[in-house]
Ligand binder design. Structure first.
Ligand code: NDP
Length: 256
């Protein structure tokens, strides 16, 4: 059934060598899409590409740093070279965090978080727009965070970048609907990845996280990837501008 297949679709997933990005690459490729991904580490990227080849997935990759403008332009040049100016799916997954009290952030840290988490997404959407439009069926997914919806002790700048992504998804959904491009935001709570592994080693911290989470556990990268894939499938063709949490119920838990 074509509604549940990505056969013939092309996708760019940023930051696909670990964590959520890695799971998203596999999920989209598993539904039949041709996927391009990137990371800053060539050795790790090549190891992943080898793994995907062995699994029979059609995945290519570039070494690029999406926090720089030149990196983004070069990445999108590779994508249009590979996919012949037609891109169906853009998953803006790269993101990072620096956890500190608000009064302690430096201007450099502010810029780093803004350029990596927000400016990269904005510029990649601009660069991808003509390719998404010419595909005739485009879908953009932002990997946001529940930190963009509720206040968390994860850092105020991180929360601001994620809140801005959720709003950007709404704006682009309306502006680019006429171009047959949908745009949605996915907001995870704690997911077992390298980004947060140091936090999840602290048993006391994990107990506090779980106490706030109705499903009483943290999430797996695949549990985010399945929603991302759904938002890229023709099956979700009437869903745009939404922010959807993958959070074990955390954001709806008043006091439980
Ligand atoms: P990881 O740090 O585990 O993986 C990040 C991936 O992105 C790696 O492949 C990394 O490779 C790549 N990457 C990082 N920076 C850049 C860059 N500047 N240019 C190109 N590639 C880059 O992160 P997660 O999988 O945990 O996070 C993915 C997204 O999910 C982020 O946006 C994060 O904010 C969000 N999120 C994560 C949550 C969690 O609990 N894990 C919760 C809520 C949201 P390399 O470093 O080699 O470049």
């Amino acid at each position: 059934n074509g509604r549940w297949s990505l056969n013939g679709f092309t996708a760019l997933v940023t930051g696909g060598t670990r964590g959520i990005g890695y799971a998203v690459v596999e999920e989209l490729a598993g539904f039949g899409a041709k996927v391009h991904t990137c990371s800053r580490n060539e050795i790790e990227l090549n190891r992943c590409l080898q793994e995907w080849k062995q699994k029979g997935f059609q995945v290519t990759g570039s070494v690029s740093d999406v926090s720089s403008s030149e990196g983004r332009v070069k990445l999108m040049d590779s994508v249009s070279g590979l996919f012949g100016t037609k891109l169906n799916i853009l998953v803006n997954n790269v993101g990072t965090n620096i956890r500190k009290p608000s009064v302690e952030y430096t201007a450099e840290e502010y810029s780093k978080l803004m350029s990596t988490n927000l400016e990269s997404c904005y510029h990649l959407c601009q660069l991808a727009h003509p390719l998404l439009k010419s595909s005739g069926m485009g879908s953009i997914v932002f990997i946001s965070s529940v930190a963009g919806m509720v206040a968390l002790a994860t850092g105020s700048i991180y929360g601001a970048t994620k809140g801005a992504m959720n709003q950007l998804a709404k704006s682009l959904a309306c502006e680019w609907a006429k171009d047959h491009i949908r745009c949605n935001s996915v907001a995870p709570w704690y997911i077992k990845t390298s980004l947060v592994e140091h936090l999840l080693e602290d048993k006391e911290f994990v107990d506090r996280v779980i106490a706030r989470t109705p499903l009483r556990r943290v999430g797996e990268p695949q549990e985010v990837a399945s929603l991302v894939a759904y938002l890229c499938l023709p099956a979700s063709s009437y869903i745009t501008g939404q922010t959807i949490s993958v959070d074990g119920g955390m954001t709806v838990n008043g006091f439980f």
